[in-house]
Design a protein around this ligand. Structure first.
Ligand code: 3PG
Length: 206
């Protein structure tokens, strides 16, 4: 696993509508002890948000999520993303992801998708949408079949269930928006986000 993911248990997955919110959001997450952040490429200002965090918060490791095309890979890298996350995987994305040399977490849920990702050399995979795809029980059943494959489940995780995922031997980390939902970001509720992020930062293997 790439060194930037080591010691990471929780990745906030944030969707930022206004780039101006990126730095105060990043500061709240950092104060809470969360050093990585995945900014989804789902809004027109997402790339500007990545650039703002990369420039102004050197202690933060900002990545791009919802990377769906090779053009997204290029745009995210140019914006300053230090890692990339996709909900799935295609031949074109593999080629673009490997060519850009950033740490890349593609998504895989089914056995065939996991086998394909493994054939391309990936050993850390996003498992999305985690709850809808069978949650902890699905990951538990995949573990003996795919030794050496670690997952980052996201999609439907929250304060109440994230720890259950982290107990699984094939879960390296978890991700989600529960500590920084889009409406809290839009409202500028940095104190509320910090509090939830602080609880999230405490998750992990005790
Ligand atoms: C993702 O892209 O990983 C998800 O949007 C995060 O899912 P959540 O919003 O249910 O946490």
């Amino acid at each position: 696993m790439h060194e930037i993911f080591q010691r990471t248990t929780v990745i906030p997955v944030v969707t930022v509508a206004r780039a101006a919110d990126a730095v105060p959001l990043g500061k709240a997450l950092l104060r809470a002890g969360l050093r990585l952040v995945e900014v989804t490429l789902r809004t027109p200002e997402s790339l500007a948000a990545i650039t703002a965090i990369a420039r102004e918060l050197p202690d933060m490791v900002v990545g791009a999520g919802t990377v769906l095309t090779p053009a997204d890979v290029t745009r995210a890298a140019e914006a300053g993303a230090r890692f990339l996350v996709s909900p799935g995987l295609t031949q074109d994305l593999v080629a673009a992801g490997l060519a850009c040399e950033l740490p890349y977490i593609p998504g895989a849920v089914t056995s065939s998708e996991i086998i394909a990702a493994r054939e391309h050399g990936f050993s850390l995979l996003k498992f999305f949408p985690a709850i809808a795809s069978g949650g902890t029980e699905a990951l538990r059943q995949l573990a003996p079949v795919f030794p050496g494959i670690a997952f980052c489940p996201t999609g439907g995780l929250n304060d109440g269930n994230a720890a259950d995922f982290l107990e699984l031997p094939n879960v390296a980390m978890v991700g989600g928006a529960w500590m920084a939902p889009a409406d809290a970001i839009a409202a500028g509720d940095w104190a509320g986000i910090e509090e939830k992020a602080r609880r999230a930062a405490r998750l992990g293997r005790g």
